[in-house]
Write a protein that binds this ligand. Sequence first.
Ligand code: ADP
Length: 472
Amino acid sequence: MNILLVTSETLPYCKSGGLGDFIWSYSKALVQKGHDVSVIVPLYGSMKTKFPETTAELYDNYDFQMNWKNQGCGVFHLVNQGVNFYFTAMDEPFGREGALYGYGDDNERFATFMMAVNTFISRHNRFDVVHCNDWQTAVLPLLLTYNPKKIKTVLTIHNPAYQGWSLRGDLPYFFNLSTDYYDSGYARLGDSFNFLKTGIMSADKVNTVSHTHANELMHDHVGFGGMGSIIDWCRHNDFSGIVNGLDTQVWDPLTDKHIGENYDINTYKAGKKVNRDAILHLLDMNTFFSGPLFSVVTRLSSQKGVERIMSIMPLLRQYDARMIVIGTGEMEDQFLYESLKYPEVYFVKKYDENLAHLLYAASDYFLMPSYFEPCGTSQMIAMRYGTLPIVSNVGGLNDTVKDLSVGDEATGFVFDNNCYDGFYNCFKAANEFYFHEPEKYTRCQVNGMKGDYSWAKSADDYLELYKSISWK
Ligand code: ADP
């Protein structure tokens, strides 16, 4: 099958969160299964200097019309591990150095990207399925309904909290589309032209990234601006959940180049100890404490349960425990202010891929008390590195972490998201467990490290989804 993945980020070139992990690991899994896989992504300013290979081969060059402007676009190409990467080069609006998103004109930026991809597809019309991801690419399925080839489309929702809220007039302004799509309600949610809703209405199939989150989303008619009700009422039969796999090549404690000491299931105790000492020295922290080392690697947004993490900071001293947090995001200043009150907490306010690897390897527990979590990548990484995750029972966390209550198969702690002090009590229980149940703690570590987080099954589920529409 010939598959085009359309995305706003992908490893190894640009990443802000789990979407970047998803695209790269999933596309390699598809190649291994014998498919022809392409990924198309904007060429961001920072990529040109960091990855000069991304601009080595000019593959195509064209103009397209966006109502009031004629936009030029170069497309660069390279092949990495069998995956064809296409980078759309448009200095304005993608040439800026710095973050991938978070600009006032993000709607216009990604509308421009979608129009560029739409033109690219008509010029190279060989794809059986075009697989879009999140709001940044979600209007493309509607644009492709005008393509004479009737290309099949899938939209994956990685995070329904981000939707692309635009104006009615942006339908013609950005996309040359009629405002009838807004007036009829097709592209409208509340008082905005909603990119994500447009994709939900127009893609052949829609999915999210875990079974539990698919269920949560369809039955939540209030949260996310009522997006769940749209899925439930309009796309019930075309909506499903497929849990993400992990890139077991990138995230392997035995071969990971970013950590101080490599280890596997036989050597993890000694290995983790070396990594623990390494990160403590690196951050100039005292290595002498008897309690567990807790870790967090996250976007500091409210979704991730940041207040919950702050609420347990006063308990660290009681258990002679430490916590290292690597994160950035809208709550970073609030988090910094809080963390400075506790000498047991070390906060690294930046995006640091290398340090994140070392921290997963060094720590005893990984905290992920999210209020919602479509899939989550970090909890799987933690388990693979012998670090017990402490998670809420939502979305992909619920689907991938086995709570202590299941007995011998457990891999971590899962608390009730709806219980007011669920996380607080769970955190205390985890400390007690660490001190008083060393054998059970070890068993959880081993179970986690042995777990199958590969794409083998989930890639087949996506292929089934593609096949189910390719005959239509
Ligand atoms: P989300 O996609 O919602 O941000 P996920 O758990 O799916 O959450 O994916 C987060 C990914 O981003 C993980 O690979 C995690 O290690 C990485 N990550 C998040 N914040 C940072 C950071 N500040 N530094 C390095 N890596 C980070």
